[in-house]
Design a binder for this molecule. Sequence first.
Ligand SMILES: [Zn+2]
Length: 200
Amino acid sequence: MPDGTTDLPVSALRRDLAAAYRLIALEGMDDSIYTHISARLPDGPDGEKRFLLNPYGLRFDEVTASNLVTVDETGAVIDDPYGSGVNAAGFTIHSAVHMARHDAVCVLHTHTVAGVALSSVREGLLPLNQWSAQFHNRIAFHDYEGIALDLAERDRIVDDLGRKYVMFLRNHGVLVLGRSVGEAVTYAMNLERSCQAQIA
Ligand SMILES: [Zn+2]
């Protein structure tokens, strides 16, 4: 995946990210208030990585461009319109990727039934159809360590991901990276169809 850019105005990035939450909900790929989609913001004054994340406690269909929470790589909350904070495990996973992969504007994580199912079998996704062929030899794997509350797991997430843009979180779900929010959503939907087709 070539380098991405964040030359979109922040207001447009917020709208794109909110739209991603709604699309994932419309496709039935959400998991109540869990899982996350993040978008990288311009770095903070000391070069710290900043990103937008969903307010903890809202369903995906309740996320809007204006209620997204801004956090930095240390976990400091920069802007939180509802005062709801963010999910700690989501912060661990998404901050790890944003700190290491500056080519990724968007990181999208889901717990769909099909994605969790194939993350739970040794073979993972097989190149059985047109959707899945695009992911052949392009999928990383990260072993399950329990709910991701230990920030030390960030190093292992980054090591396991390498330069790939799709990762199966074993026994847990999937993670995709995009150079734009739209690209991440497209990968996520293609990956979901791939998983569904394999299971079918
Ligand atoms: Zn998860």
